[in-house]
Design a protein around this ligand. Structure first.
Ligand code: FAD
Length: 450
Protein backbone atom coordinates (compact mmCIF):
# COMPACT_ATOMS: atom_id res chain seq x y z
CA UNK A 1 0.00 0.00 0.00
CA UNK A 2 3.00 2.30 0.57
CA UNK A 3 3.35 3.22 -3.12
CA UNK A 4 0.15 5.24 -3.04
CA UNK A 5 -0.55 8.63 -1.44
CA UNK A 6 -3.36 7.08 0.60
CA UNK A 7 -4.63 3.64 1.53
CA UNK A 8 -8.20 4.84 1.01
CA UNK A 9 -9.66 7.76 -0.93
CA UNK A 10 -13.38 8.40 -0.32
CA UNK A 11 -15.39 10.45 -2.83
CA UNK A 12 -18.28 12.15 -1.04
CA UNK A 13 -18.51 13.18 2.61
CA UNK A 14 -22.11 12.20 3.30
CA UNK A 15 -23.52 9.57 5.66
CA UNK A 16 -21.74 6.57 4.07
CA UNK A 17 -18.47 8.24 3.11
CA UNK A 18 -17.81 9.90 6.46
CA UNK A 19 -18.49 6.71 8.42
CA UNK A 20 -16.26 4.64 6.12
CA UNK A 21 -13.43 7.20 6.30
CA UNK A 22 -13.50 7.46 10.09
CA UNK A 23 -13.69 3.71 10.69
CA UNK A 24 -10.95 2.94 8.15
CA UNK A 25 -8.70 5.57 9.77
CA UNK A 26 -9.48 3.97 13.13
CA UNK A 27 -8.21 0.68 11.72
CA UNK A 28 -4.90 2.43 10.93
CA UNK A 29 -5.43 3.29 7.24
CA UNK A 30 -4.15 6.54 5.71
CA UNK A 31 -7.42 8.09 4.53
CA UNK A 32 -8.50 11.09 2.45
CA UNK A 33 -12.05 12.27 1.69
CA UNK A 34 -13.28 14.68 -0.98
CA UNK A 35 -16.45 16.77 -0.74
CA UNK A 36 -17.64 19.20 -3.41
CA UNK A 37 -20.40 20.85 -1.36
CA UNK A 38 -20.70 20.62 2.42
CA UNK A 39 -19.52 17.99 4.92
CA UNK A 40 -22.39 15.82 6.16
CA UNK A 41 -23.99 15.24 2.75
CA UNK A 42 -27.68 15.05 1.96
CA UNK A 43 -28.93 13.89 5.35
CA UNK A 44 -27.37 16.71 7.33
CA UNK A 45 -27.44 19.55 4.82
CA UNK A 46 -30.58 19.01 2.74
CA UNK A 47 -32.33 15.84 3.83
CA UNK A 48 -33.33 14.16 7.09
CA UNK A 49 -32.18 16.86 9.51
CA UNK A 50 -33.52 20.09 7.97
CA UNK A 51 -36.66 18.23 6.88
CA UNK A 52 -37.39 17.18 10.45
CA UNK A 53 -36.70 20.68 11.80
CA UNK A 54 -39.21 22.09 9.30
CA UNK A 55 -41.65 19.33 10.24
CA UNK A 56 -41.43 20.37 13.90
CA UNK A 57 -42.14 23.97 12.89
CA UNK A 58 -45.19 22.95 10.91
CA UNK A 59 -46.67 20.88 13.76
CA UNK A 60 -47.35 24.02 15.76
CA UNK A 61 -49.99 25.18 13.25
CA UNK A 62 -52.42 22.29 13.82
CA UNK A 63 -51.30 22.27 17.47
CA UNK A 64 -52.50 25.84 18.01
CA UNK A 65 -55.81 24.96 16.36
CA UNK A 66 -56.23 21.85 18.53
CA UNK A 67 -55.39 23.69 21.73
CA UNK A 68 -58.86 25.28 21.95
CA UNK A 69 -60.30 21.85 22.82
CA UNK A 70 -57.92 21.75 25.78
CA UNK A 71 -59.04 25.10 27.13
CA UNK A 72 -56.61 27.47 25.44
CA UNK A 73 -57.93 30.68 23.92
CA UNK A 74 -56.74 33.79 22.08
CA UNK A 75 -54.48 31.82 19.75
CA UNK A 76 -53.56 34.19 16.97
CA UNK A 77 -49.98 33.21 16.13
CA UNK A 78 -48.04 34.31 13.07
CA UNK A 79 -45.04 32.55 11.58
CA UNK A 80 -41.73 33.90 10.26
CA UNK A 81 -40.24 31.68 7.56
CA UNK A 82 -37.09 33.82 7.62
CA UNK A 83 -36.53 33.11 11.33
CA UNK A 84 -37.17 29.41 10.84
CA UNK A 85 -34.69 29.11 7.97
CA UNK A 86 -32.06 31.13 9.85
CA UNK A 87 -32.42 28.86 12.90
CA UNK A 88 -32.31 25.77 10.70
CA UNK A 89 -29.18 27.05 8.94
CA UNK A 90 -27.42 27.73 12.24
CA UNK A 91 -28.12 24.17 13.39
CA UNK A 92 -26.85 22.70 10.15
CA UNK A 93 -23.67 24.76 10.29
CA UNK A 94 -23.16 23.47 13.85
CA UNK A 95 -23.59 19.86 12.70
CA UNK A 96 -21.28 20.38 9.72
CA UNK A 97 -18.61 21.63 12.15
CA UNK A 98 -19.01 18.44 14.19
CA UNK A 99 -18.49 16.35 11.05
CA UNK A 100 -15.31 18.30 10.23
CA UNK A 101 -13.94 17.87 13.75
CA UNK A 102 -14.73 14.14 13.78
CA UNK A 103 -12.88 13.60 10.50
CA UNK A 104 -9.92 15.70 11.60
CA UNK A 105 -9.74 13.92 14.97
CA UNK A 106 -9.64 10.58 13.12
CA UNK A 107 -6.70 11.87 11.03
CA UNK A 108 -8.62 11.92 7.74
CA UNK A 109 -7.32 14.44 5.19
CA UNK A 110 -10.18 16.56 3.78
CA UNK A 111 -10.15 17.76 0.16
CA UNK A 112 -12.69 20.40 -0.85
CA UNK A 113 -13.71 20.08 -4.49
CA UNK A 114 -15.09 17.73 -7.08
CA UNK A 115 -13.17 14.47 -7.36
CA UNK A 116 -13.15 12.14 -10.33
CA UNK A 117 -11.27 9.10 -11.51
CA UNK A 118 -8.45 9.70 -13.94
CA UNK A 119 -7.35 6.07 -14.01
CA UNK A 120 -7.05 2.99 -11.81
CA UNK A 121 -5.96 4.05 -8.30
CA UNK A 122 -5.92 7.69 -9.41
CA UNK A 123 -8.20 10.60 -8.56
CA UNK A 124 -8.09 14.13 -9.93
CA UNK A 125 -9.25 16.93 -7.68
CA UNK A 126 -8.76 20.67 -8.14
CA UNK A 127 -6.40 19.95 -11.04
CA UNK A 128 -4.08 17.75 -8.96
CA UNK A 129 -3.67 14.01 -9.04
CA UNK A 130 -3.87 11.83 -5.92
CA UNK A 131 -3.34 8.07 -5.76
CA UNK A 132 -4.90 5.49 -3.45
CA UNK A 133 -4.83 1.73 -3.09
CA UNK A 134 -8.59 1.56 -2.50
CA UNK A 135 -11.24 4.04 -3.64
CA UNK A 136 -14.75 4.30 -2.21
CA UNK A 137 -17.51 6.00 -4.19
CA UNK A 138 -20.07 7.51 -1.79
CA UNK A 139 -21.44 10.29 -3.97
CA UNK A 140 -25.15 9.88 -3.15
CA UNK A 141 -27.99 11.02 -5.37
CA UNK A 142 -29.64 14.17 -6.73
CA UNK A 143 -33.31 15.11 -7.32
CA UNK A 144 -34.57 14.08 -10.76
CA UNK A 145 -36.71 16.58 -12.70
CA UNK A 146 -39.75 15.49 -14.71
CA UNK A 147 -39.27 15.82 -18.47
CA UNK A 148 -42.08 18.31 -19.12
CA UNK A 149 -42.10 21.78 -20.68
CA UNK A 150 -41.41 24.36 -17.98
CA UNK A 151 -39.56 21.92 -15.71
CA UNK A 152 -36.93 24.63 -15.16
CA UNK A 153 -39.59 26.62 -13.29
CA UNK A 154 -39.93 23.87 -10.69
CA UNK A 155 -37.99 23.66 -7.45
CA UNK A 156 -36.75 20.50 -5.72
CA UNK A 157 -36.30 19.55 -2.08
CA UNK A 158 -32.81 21.09 -2.29
CA UNK A 159 -34.33 24.51 -3.07
CA UNK A 160 -37.30 24.17 -0.70
CA UNK A 161 -34.96 24.32 2.30
CA UNK A 162 -33.73 27.77 1.36
CA UNK A 163 -36.63 29.59 -0.28
CA UNK A 164 -36.56 33.33 0.48
CA UNK A 165 -40.25 33.09 1.46
CA UNK A 166 -42.73 30.26 1.95
CA UNK A 167 -45.08 30.20 -1.06
CA UNK A 168 -48.75 30.89 -0.27
CA UNK A 169 -49.81 28.21 -2.75
CA UNK A 170 -47.60 25.27 -3.67
CA UNK A 171 -48.05 22.24 -5.92
CA UNK A 172 -45.99 19.24 -4.89
CA UNK A 173 -45.51 16.70 -7.65
CA UNK A 174 -44.91 13.12 -6.53
CA UNK A 175 -46.25 10.43 -4.25
CA UNK A 176 -43.11 9.27 -2.47
CA UNK A 177 -42.11 10.00 1.09
CA UNK A 178 -40.38 13.29 0.28
CA UNK A 179 -43.50 14.62 -1.49
CA UNK A 180 -45.74 13.57 1.44
CA UNK A 181 -43.41 15.11 3.99
CA UNK A 182 -43.13 18.48 2.25
CA UNK A 183 -46.89 18.55 1.65
CA UNK A 184 -47.30 18.20 5.43
CA UNK A 185 -44.69 20.87 6.13
CA UNK A 186 -46.27 23.57 3.96
CA UNK A 187 -49.80 22.55 4.97
CA UNK A 188 -48.90 22.79 8.65
CA UNK A 189 -47.40 26.23 8.06
CA UNK A 190 -50.82 27.32 6.80
CA UNK A 191 -50.04 27.26 3.08
CA UNK A 192 -52.42 25.97 0.43
CA UNK A 193 -51.00 22.65 -0.80
CA UNK A 194 -52.00 20.54 -3.75
CA UNK A 195 -50.15 17.21 -4.07
CA UNK A 196 -50.23 15.72 -7.56
CA UNK A 197 -49.37 12.08 -8.11
CA UNK A 198 -49.65 10.05 -11.29
CA UNK A 199 -50.09 6.72 -9.45
CA UNK A 200 -53.32 5.37 -7.99
CA UNK A 201 -52.05 5.85 -4.40
CA UNK A 202 -49.10 7.47 -2.58
CA UNK A 203 -46.08 5.56 -1.21
CA UNK A 204 -45.59 2.81 -3.77
CA UNK A 205 -43.95 -0.24 -2.18
CA UNK A 206 -45.54 0.26 1.24
CA UNK A 207 -48.39 -1.87 2.64
CA UNK A 208 -51.56 -1.07 0.66
CA UNK A 209 -53.69 -0.53 3.73
CA UNK A 210 -51.12 1.91 5.14
CA UNK A 211 -51.03 3.74 1.80
CA UNK A 212 -54.81 4.09 1.61
CA UNK A 213 -55.11 5.08 5.25
CA UNK A 214 -52.38 7.73 5.02
CA UNK A 215 -53.80 9.04 1.73
CA UNK A 216 -57.16 9.62 3.48
CA UNK A 217 -55.49 11.25 6.47
CA UNK A 218 -53.45 13.62 4.30
CA UNK A 219 -56.64 14.71 2.55
CA UNK A 220 -58.42 15.20 5.86
CA UNK A 221 -55.52 17.32 7.11
CA UNK A 222 -56.21 19.85 4.35
CA UNK A 223 -53.84 18.73 1.60
CA UNK A 224 -55.56 18.65 -1.78
CA UNK A 225 -54.24 15.20 -2.75
CA UNK A 226 -54.98 14.34 -6.36
CA UNK A 227 -54.16 10.84 -7.60
CA UNK A 228 -53.97 9.55 -11.15
CA UNK A 229 -52.95 12.93 -12.55
CA UNK A 230 -49.83 13.83 -14.44
CA UNK A 231 -48.27 17.25 -14.77
CA UNK A 232 -47.88 17.90 -18.50
CA UNK A 233 -46.44 21.44 -18.41
CA UNK A 234 -45.66 24.37 -16.16
CA UNK A 235 -45.68 27.97 -17.34
CA UNK A 236 -45.26 31.38 -15.79
CA UNK A 237 -48.34 33.55 -15.94
CA UNK A 238 -48.67 37.02 -14.45
CA UNK A 239 -46.28 36.44 -11.54
CA UNK A 240 -47.77 33.02 -10.71
CA UNK A 241 -47.19 29.54 -12.13
CA UNK A 242 -49.75 27.61 -14.07
CA UNK A 243 -49.57 23.82 -13.70
CA UNK A 244 -51.21 22.00 -16.60
CA UNK A 245 -52.56 18.56 -15.76
CA UNK A 246 -53.27 15.47 -17.83
CA UNK A 247 -56.95 15.99 -17.00
CA UNK A 248 -56.93 19.20 -19.05
CA UNK A 249 -57.23 21.31 -15.92
CA UNK A 250 -54.73 24.03 -14.95
CA UNK A 251 -53.92 25.04 -11.38
CA UNK A 252 -52.46 28.41 -10.39
CA UNK A 253 -49.80 28.32 -7.66
CA UNK A 254 -46.78 30.31 -6.49
CA UNK A 255 -44.31 27.40 -6.52
CA UNK A 256 -44.11 23.90 -7.95
CA UNK A 257 -41.90 21.37 -6.22
CA UNK A 258 -40.82 18.22 -8.07
CA UNK A 259 -40.38 15.25 -5.74
CA UNK A 260 -40.39 12.69 -8.51
CA UNK A 261 -37.42 10.52 -7.64
CA UNK A 262 -33.65 10.80 -7.36
CA UNK A 263 -30.77 9.98 -9.72
CA UNK A 264 -27.52 8.39 -8.60
CA UNK A 265 -24.50 10.70 -8.80
CA UNK A 266 -22.50 8.61 -11.27
CA UNK A 267 -21.96 11.08 -14.09
CA UNK A 268 -18.80 13.17 -14.54
CA UNK A 269 -16.97 10.80 -12.18
CA UNK A 270 -14.62 9.37 -14.79
CA UNK A 271 -16.04 5.89 -14.16
CA UNK A 272 -15.25 4.90 -17.76
CA UNK A 273 -11.55 5.08 -16.89
CA UNK A 274 -11.93 2.29 -14.33
CA UNK A 275 -14.68 0.17 -15.89
CA UNK A 276 -17.16 0.39 -13.02
CA UNK A 277 -20.44 -1.21 -14.16
CA UNK A 278 -23.78 0.57 -13.70
CA UNK A 279 -27.30 -0.86 -13.75
CA UNK A 280 -29.97 0.43 -16.16
CA UNK A 281 -30.92 3.18 -13.71
CA UNK A 282 -27.36 4.49 -13.51
CA UNK A 283 -26.68 3.02 -10.05
CA UNK A 284 -23.31 1.40 -9.33
CA UNK A 285 -23.55 -2.40 -9.25
CA UNK A 286 -21.99 -3.92 -6.13
CA UNK A 287 -21.83 -7.28 -4.37
CA UNK A 288 -22.77 -7.88 -0.72
CA UNK A 289 -19.38 -6.45 0.35
CA UNK A 290 -19.98 -3.23 -1.68
CA UNK A 291 -17.30 -4.28 -4.21
CA UNK A 292 -17.85 -2.87 -7.73
CA UNK A 293 -16.90 -4.60 -10.98
CA UNK A 294 -13.45 -2.94 -10.74
CA UNK A 295 -10.96 -4.43 -8.24
CA UNK A 296 -10.04 -1.92 -5.52
CA UNK A 297 -13.11 0.24 -6.15
CA UNK A 298 -16.09 0.05 -3.77
CA UNK A 299 -19.37 1.96 -3.49
CA UNK A 300 -21.83 2.54 -0.64
CA UNK A 301 -25.00 4.50 0.01
CA UNK A 302 -27.53 6.03 -2.36
CA UNK A 303 -25.17 5.81 -5.33
CA UNK A 304 -25.77 2.03 -5.25
CA UNK A 305 -29.56 2.46 -4.97
CA UNK A 306 -30.01 -0.48 -2.60
CA UNK A 307 -32.06 1.05 0.24
CA UNK A 308 -31.71 4.80 0.19
CA UNK A 309 -31.66 5.67 3.87
CA UNK A 310 -29.06 7.25 6.11
CA UNK A 311 -28.67 4.36 8.60
CA UNK A 312 -28.24 2.00 5.63
CA UNK A 313 -25.51 4.17 4.05
CA UNK A 314 -23.76 4.40 7.43
CA UNK A 315 -24.00 0.63 7.95
CA UNK A 316 -22.66 -0.07 4.44
CA UNK A 317 -19.76 2.37 4.98
CA UNK A 318 -18.90 0.83 8.34
CA UNK A 319 -19.07 -2.74 7.03
CA UNK A 320 -16.87 -1.81 4.06
CA UNK A 321 -14.19 -0.30 6.34
CA UNK A 322 -14.27 -3.28 8.73
CA UNK A 323 -14.03 -5.69 5.82
CA UNK A 324 -11.18 -4.04 3.93
CA UNK A 325 -9.16 -2.40 6.72
CA UNK A 326 -10.28 -4.10 9.94
CA UNK A 327 -9.85 -7.74 9.01
CA UNK A 328 -13.52 -8.33 9.94
CA UNK A 329 -15.38 -9.17 6.71
CA UNK A 330 -19.06 -8.28 7.04
CA UNK A 331 -21.73 -8.48 4.37
CA UNK A 332 -24.77 -6.26 4.65
CA UNK A 333 -28.24 -7.38 5.69
CA UNK A 334 -30.89 -5.19 4.09
CA UNK A 335 -33.82 -7.15 5.54
CA UNK A 336 -36.20 -5.68 8.10
CA UNK A 337 -34.91 -2.12 7.90
CA UNK A 338 -37.51 0.15 9.51
CA UNK A 339 -38.73 3.13 7.48
CA UNK A 340 -40.66 6.20 8.56
CA UNK A 341 -42.51 8.88 6.65
CA UNK A 342 -42.50 12.16 8.55
CA UNK A 343 -45.83 13.21 7.13
CA UNK A 344 -48.63 14.50 9.33
CA UNK A 345 -49.73 12.10 10.68
CA UNK A 346 -46.58 10.01 10.43
CA UNK A 347 -46.42 6.54 8.89
CA UNK A 348 -43.88 3.81 9.55
CA UNK A 349 -43.22 0.22 8.57
CA UNK A 350 -40.84 -2.63 9.17
CA UNK A 351 -40.71 -6.00 7.45
CA UNK A 352 -43.14 -7.26 4.85
CA UNK A 353 -46.30 -5.66 3.56
CA UNK A 354 -49.40 -7.85 3.55
CA UNK A 355 -49.02 -8.43 -0.21
CA UNK A 356 -45.32 -9.37 0.12
CA UNK A 357 -46.11 -11.78 2.96
CA UNK A 358 -48.92 -13.44 0.97
CA UNK A 359 -46.50 -13.93 -1.93
CA UNK A 360 -43.92 -15.53 0.35
CA UNK A 361 -45.93 -17.59 2.87
CA UNK A 362 -48.80 -20.05 2.40
CA UNK A 363 -50.80 -18.87 5.41
CA UNK A 364 -50.73 -15.29 6.54
CA UNK A 365 -52.73 -13.85 9.43
CA UNK A 366 -53.51 -10.15 9.63
CA UNK A 367 -54.22 -8.34 12.86
CA UNK A 368 -55.11 -4.68 12.75
CA UNK A 369 -57.16 -1.88 14.11
CA UNK A 370 -58.08 1.67 13.23
CA UNK A 371 -58.78 3.92 16.15
CA UNK A 372 -59.35 7.49 17.14
CA UNK A 373 -56.24 8.81 18.91
CA UNK A 374 -56.96 9.97 22.47
CA UNK A 375 -55.82 13.50 21.73
CA UNK A 376 -58.55 13.81 19.07
CA UNK A 377 -61.23 13.23 21.71
CA UNK A 378 -60.79 16.79 22.96
CA UNK A 379 -59.28 18.48 19.91
CA UNK A 380 -62.22 17.17 17.84
CA UNK A 381 -59.80 16.65 14.96
CA UNK A 382 -61.16 14.16 12.44
CA UNK A 383 -58.25 11.75 12.64
CA UNK A 384 -57.77 7.98 12.68
CA UNK A 385 -54.66 5.94 13.47
CA UNK A 386 -53.84 2.53 11.98
CA UNK A 387 -51.89 -0.30 13.59
CA UNK A 388 -51.32 -3.57 11.72
CA UNK A 389 -49.34 -6.78 12.18
CA UNK A 390 -48.60 -9.33 9.47
CA UNK A 391 -47.96 -12.86 10.80
CA UNK A 392 -46.60 -16.02 9.15
CA UNK A 393 -49.03 -18.59 10.54
CA UNK A 394 -46.76 -21.61 10.17
CA UNK A 395 -44.21 -20.19 12.63
CA UNK A 396 -46.38 -17.54 14.37
CA UNK A 397 -43.60 -15.06 13.57
CA UNK A 398 -44.50 -11.41 13.08
CA UNK A 399 -43.05 -10.61 9.66
CA UNK A 400 -44.41 -7.09 9.17
CA UNK A 401 -45.64 -4.14 11.23
CA UNK A 402 -47.27 -0.97 9.94
CA UNK A 403 -48.53 2.13 11.67
CA UNK A 404 -50.04 5.50 10.82
CA UNK A 405 -50.38 7.96 13.66
CA UNK A 406 -48.59 10.40 15.93
CA UNK A 407 -45.00 9.40 16.69
CA UNK A 408 -45.18 6.39 14.36
CA UNK A 409 -41.46 6.83 13.62
CA UNK A 410 -40.55 6.58 17.31
CA UNK A 411 -42.83 3.58 17.84
CA UNK A 412 -41.58 1.48 14.92
CA UNK A 413 -37.97 1.44 16.18
CA UNK A 414 -38.84 -0.85 19.11
CA UNK A 415 -41.05 -3.03 16.95
CA UNK A 416 -38.13 -3.40 14.52
CA UNK A 417 -35.98 -4.88 17.30
CA UNK A 418 -38.72 -7.44 18.04
CA UNK A 419 -39.05 -8.40 14.38
CA UNK A 420 -35.29 -8.65 13.93
CA UNK A 421 -35.23 -10.92 16.99
CA UNK A 422 -37.86 -13.11 15.29
CA UNK A 423 -40.59 -12.38 17.83
CA UNK A 424 -43.82 -14.36 17.48
CA UNK A 425 -47.35 -13.07 17.76
CA UNK A 426 -47.48 -14.91 21.10
CA UNK A 427 -44.47 -12.83 22.25
CA UNK A 428 -46.34 -9.66 21.32
CA UNK A 429 -49.45 -10.93 23.15
CA UNK A 430 -47.57 -11.66 26.38
CA UNK A 431 -45.91 -8.24 26.38
CA UNK A 432 -47.75 -5.69 28.48
CA UNK A 433 -48.62 -2.34 26.97
CA UNK A 434 -47.69 1.17 28.04
CA UNK A 435 -51.04 2.75 28.77
CA UNK A 436 -52.49 4.96 27.39
CA UNK A 437 -50.48 5.03 24.15
CA UNK A 438 -50.90 4.27 20.49
CA UNK A 439 -47.89 1.93 20.75
CA UNK A 440 -49.75 -0.43 23.09
CA UNK A 441 -52.09 -1.35 20.24
CA UNK A 442 -49.28 -3.53 18.88
CA UNK A 443 -49.50 -5.80 21.95
CA UNK A 444 -53.27 -5.78 22.35
CA UNK A 445 -54.31 -6.86 18.84
CA UNK A 446 -56.31 -10.04 19.50
CA UNK A 447 -58.86 -10.59 16.76
CA UNK A 448 -57.53 -11.97 13.55
CA UNK A 449 -58.89 -10.03 10.60
CA UNK A 450 -58.16 -12.46 7.77
P1 FAD B 1 -25.04 11.66 0.53
O1 FAD B 1 -25.38 11.89 1.93
O2 FAD B 1 -25.91 12.23 -0.51
O3 FAD B 1 -23.54 12.19 0.34
C1 FAD B 1 -22.94 12.25 -0.92
C2 FAD B 1 -21.96 13.40 -0.91
O4 FAD B 1 -21.10 13.28 -2.03
C3 FAD B 1 -22.64 14.76 -1.04
O5 FAD B 1 -22.24 15.59 0.02
C4 FAD B 1 -22.17 15.29 -2.39
O6 FAD B 1 -22.00 16.70 -2.38
C5 FAD B 1 -20.82 14.58 -2.52
N1 FAD B 1 -20.35 14.40 -3.90
C6 FAD B 1 -21.05 13.93 -4.97
N2 FAD B 1 -20.24 13.81 -6.05
C7 FAD B 1 -19.00 14.24 -5.64
C8 FAD B 1 -17.75 14.34 -6.29
N3 FAD B 1 -17.58 13.96 -7.56
N4 FAD B 1 -16.70 14.83 -5.59
C9 FAD B 1 -16.84 15.22 -4.29
N5 FAD B 1 -18.01 15.12 -3.63
C10 FAD B 1 -19.08 14.62 -4.29
N6 FAD B 1 -32.97 9.11 5.04
C11 FAD B 1 -33.36 8.65 6.25
O7 FAD B 1 -32.84 7.65 6.72
N7 FAD B 1 -34.32 9.32 6.98
C12 FAD B 1 -34.91 10.44 6.53
O8 FAD B 1 -35.77 11.01 7.21
C13 FAD B 1 -34.51 10.94 5.25
N8 FAD B 1 -35.06 12.09 4.78
C14 FAD B 1 -34.63 12.57 3.59
C15 FAD B 1 -35.20 13.75 3.12
C16 FAD B 1 -34.81 14.28 1.92
C17 FAD B 1 -35.44 15.57 1.42
C18 FAD B 1 -33.82 13.61 1.14
C19 FAD B 1 -33.38 14.17 -0.17
C20 FAD B 1 -33.23 12.44 1.60
C21 FAD B 1 -33.64 11.91 2.83
N9 FAD B 1 -33.11 10.73 3.33
C22 FAD B 1 -33.52 10.24 4.53
C23 FAD B 1 -32.12 9.93 2.54
C24 FAD B 1 -30.72 10.17 3.06
O9 FAD B 1 -30.45 11.55 3.06
C25 FAD B 1 -29.73 9.44 2.15
O10 FAD B 1 -30.09 8.08 2.09
C26 FAD B 1 -28.30 9.53 2.68
O11 FAD B 1 -27.89 10.87 2.82
C27 FAD B 1 -27.35 8.79 1.71
O12 FAD B 1 -26.03 8.94 2.13
P2 FAD B 1 -24.84 8.81 1.08
O13 FAD B 1 -23.59 8.83 1.88
O14 FAD B 1 -25.08 7.70 0.18
O15 FAD B 1 -24.93 10.13 0.17
Amino acid sequence: MQNYDFDLFVIGAGSGGVRAARVAAGHGARVAIAEEYRLGGTCVIRGCVPKKLLMYASQFGPGFADSAGFGWSRMDPSHSWTSLIAAKNAEITRLEGIYRRLLEAAGVEIFTGRAQFSGPNEITINGASVSANTILIATGATPAMPAVPGAQLMITSNDAFDLPAAPDRIAIVGGGYIACEFAGIFNGLGRKVVQLHRGSQILRGFDDELRNHLGDELSKSGIDLRLGVDVVAVERQRGALSVHLSTGEAIEVDAVMAATGRMCNTWRLGLETVDVALDINGAIKVDEFSQTSCPGVYAVGDVTNRLNLTPVAIHEGHAFADTIFGGKPRSIDHANVPFAVFSQPQAASVGLSEAQARARYADVAIYGSTLRPMRAALSQRNEKALVKLVVDESTDRVVGAHIVGADAAEIIQGIAVAIKAKATKADFDTTLGVHPTLAEEFVTLRSRRT
